[in-house]
Write a protein that binds this ligand. Structure first.
Ligand code: ADP
Ligand code: MG
Length: 252
């Protein structure tokens, strides 16, 4: 049985059909990429999974129906996320921001020592421990992205949803982020959905990629299947990208 599955998941905003009858699944332990042009419905899909927007159809997580549940209930079941536009609490330090995740992720609030331990662990994991007493505005964009990930990690998620955590980062920062995502998956055993435009990252962290366009699923397969899919090339990747990458995917 898949860890997460969606059947005919649809989201309507007035006249805009942001998601249209999308069927998909994510197996335990997978890192699945979610790609597509701007406005394709990627963030809406993460919002539907985390309960931030209402959807029709059915979403099941770990054998239970989650569509229709409130975001905090879904979070407590083990689904954590980051936001495309980072949303730190501006008046809290880095460690306090991360502690919030540990405080509110369970049925009851853990003891202060446990909260602090979990926050410190997550800051170490994401390479932010030395910056723990700084305010979000004193951090770089890359560090603020990792702060979002640290807050999500303190919730000890089973499934982590990452929304464009590499947007605006330089090559070096992207490489560090790729390494972090791989480590969260392989060492912590967290299943991950990665929404990303940085194709180098998608190709190196995901074993499977789902492609959306205008709210519809137009591709679902291994990186090599995706870079060779005529529909995906036309809708998103472009011919030059596909030609360059189909060779490197075959070599890998
Ligand atoms: N809260 C909202 N109200 C109205 N329309 C929205 C809202 N959120 C997203 N949309 C629309 O839904 C579509 C999908 O958006 P989104 O999921 O953000 O795309 P992506 O993340 O793939 O760029 C777009 O046409 C967008 O304008
Ligand atoms: Mg988006």
């Amino acid at each position: 049985m898949s860890l997460l599955s969606g059947r005919k998941v649809s989201v309507q905003f007035g006249g805009v059909c942001a998601l249209s009858e999308v069927d998909f699944h994510v197996d335990r332990g997978e890192v699945v990429g979610l790609i597509g042009p701007n406005g394709a419905g990627k963030t809406t899909m993460l919002n539907a999974i985390s309960g931030l927007c209402r959807c029709t159809g059915a979403l099941q997580f770990d054998g239970k129906t989650i569509s229709g549940l409130k975001p905090h209930k879904i979070a407590r079941m083990g689904i954590a996320r980051t936001f495309q536009v980072v949303r730190p609490f501006g008046h809290l330090t880095a460690i306090e921001n991360v502690a919030v995740g540990a405080m509110f992720s369970g049925k009851s609030i853990p003891h202060k020592a446990e909260i602090l331990n979990r926050a410190k662990d997550a800051l170490e994991w994401t390479g932010l421990y030395a910056k723990r007493d700084l305010l979000p505005r004193q951090l770089t964009l890359s560090e603020r992205q990792r702060l979002e990930m640290a807050r999500a990690l303190t919730m000890k998620p089973v499934l982590l949803l990452l929304d464009e955590v590499m947007a605006g980062l330089n090559h070096n920062e992207i490489d560090k982020m790729i390494e972090l995502i791989n480590r969260i998956n392989s060492s912590l055993g967290v299943t991950i959905i990665v929404v990303e435009h940085v194709m180098k990252a998608i190709m190196s962290v995901c074993r499977r990629i789902i492609v959306l366009q205008f709210g519809k699923k137009i591709g679902d397969g291994s990186p090599s299947e995706i870079v060779n899919s005529p529909d995906v090339i036309q809708a998103y990747l472009g011919k030059r990208f596909a030609e360059r990458h189909s060779k490197s995917v075959e070599r890998a």
